[in-house]
Design a protein around this ligand. Sequence first.
Ligand SMILES: Cc1cc2nc3c(=O)[nH]c(=O)nc-3n(C[C@H](O)[C@H](O)[C@H](O)COP(=O)(O)O)c2cc1C
Length: 170
Amino acid sequence: MDVMKAIENRYSCRAYLSKPVEKEKLMRILEAARLAPSARNLQDWRFVVVTEEQKRRELAQAAYNQAFVAQAPVVIAACSISSYMMRCGQPIAPIDVSIALEHIALEAVELGLATCWIGSFLPHEVRRILQIPTDAVLVELMTLGYPADEWKSPQRLSLEKIVCFEKWGF
Ligand SMILES: Cc1cc2nc3c(=O)[nH]c(=O)nc-3n(C[C@H](O)[C@H](O)[C@H](O)COP(=O)(O)O)c2cc1C
């Protein structure tokens, strides 16, 4: 599958089959994250991969009862160990982690799997469930598994609305 095809086929999957994700596929997906770029190549991301059913149930509760979070056979808690700010004033943690997570999402598509970004959760609850220390930055959760729903056509603004050339034109 070429990259554009994977981008086009990715969607937010909110219903999963109970079929587990094969270890080889999971490791390949994590390898895609490992190869992501990061500021100063710090590779500050850390991923807690959750497959235990009880923990996934607790995570679903912490994610404001989004039931599909428990249904997905894998939930990844994406964290960073960096509080470093770039000279442009932006923190690297959410940027680096997000790039790696999208690598995960696209490689998942390549392997016939699906994902959903989860930003709606109670961070203190997720930290407690997964024993994430306070000095780590908890950025996002991502569900992963075989889809039980259908690809949805993306609803997006036209390029004209989001792109201008040479100077700010919005
Ligand atoms: C940072 C981020 C956080 C998100 N959090 C949630 C979430 O908590 N629950 C959910 O169902 N979808 C969540 N989404 C999915 C978005 O709603 C979805 O990407 C958007 O509606 C576009 O749909 P698509 O991904 O199917 O193209 C999140 C997406 C991003 C990028």
